[in-house]
Design a binder for this molecule. Sequence first.
Ligand code: NAD
Ligand code: AKB
Length: 339
Amino acid sequence: MAVKTVLITGASGEIGHGLIQALAEQADVRVVALDLHPMADAMAAKCYRVVIGDILDKALIESLSAAHDFDVIHHLAALLSTKSERQPMLAHKVNVEGTMNLLELAIGQSRLQGREITFLYPSSVAVYGLPSLDAKRKAGKVKETEWLTPRTMYGTNKLYCELLGTYYSEHYRQLDADAVQGRVDFRGLRFPGLISADTVPTGGTSDYGPEMLHNAAQGKAYPCFVREDARIPFMAMPDGVTALLQLAAAPAKKLTRRVYNIGAFAPSAGEILAFTKKAFPKAAVTFSPDQKRQGIIDGWPEDVNDDAARVDWGWKPAFGLERAFAEYLLPAITRRYTK
Ligand code: NAD
Ligand code: AKB
């Protein structure tokens, strides 16, 4: 059995947690995990190697490349939208320069190994920027090519990195006299806000969804920082992880795009509260909008059109809103806080 080596950056984060669990179930995969912060021992035990370090440390990235032959890279490390808005210079460094370092690692690995390296990139609905609530409501489900006018540092970083990845795949060093050695097969997913039962987000703007639920489960009051009618797309974490694995495995000839929307459900904050209250009737949630964070949410689309992902590589979320709450979020979150 040929064993595949998968590099995951940002491995200690929310998606990393879910992705490592899923990859640990595949006998032919070994995970090399990289993050600034350590991960829980139980997660580290599922990895072949855990490296604590910075994606901005070029010497570290080169040493990883010298030590391993990677088949697939999941480049998850990033600063999320709220944190990026507060520290734009740092966001640019981590989100853009960090991604460049990983794309360079991928092309270098491809040259060394004489084959294409698959590069998975989690982009975001933050790449979209709707100018007004009226435009947002009229736009409905946005297509991949529409409203690419992000209004945040994070969204701007994500959109540029989608283009960078596409450049590395399709036009890298196009003026070189000799054919360029090495190829990166860049594949991006524009994720909605993800809701996990196992982890609580930090630094994002879609965090109000998961925060509302996790606080209610712990009997804590939660002042929600957006209006009750605020609406963006969300997805249950297991579907997010499945999407990464499915896109990584999809035959290249089936793909008509480098970057795909994926959707699942698109509730208002009030609807998230209604579902939360079914399980935790005493949930003490108030709506106290922070006008600035609300502004970011108002610029993101109500929902996304994911037809291309459905047609090209069979994307179909397992969890709609009702099933996500009934069969995944509520049972797992209740277990988590009643241990
Ligand atoms: P997260 O914040 O939970 O995890 C990010 C991880 O990156 C953290 O563990 C952090 O320590 C690590 N990191 C940050 N800077 C680093 C650096 N310089 N070097 C090494 N590691 C560093 O975020 P997440 O929810 O797991 O998101 C993973 C990816 O998915 C990100 O690129 C994010 O933009 C994208 N994404 C997430 C969501 C979501 O709702 N969670 C939605 C859309 C896109
Ligand atoms: C954030 O809020 O920054 C992320 C995202 C939707 O990209 N969760």
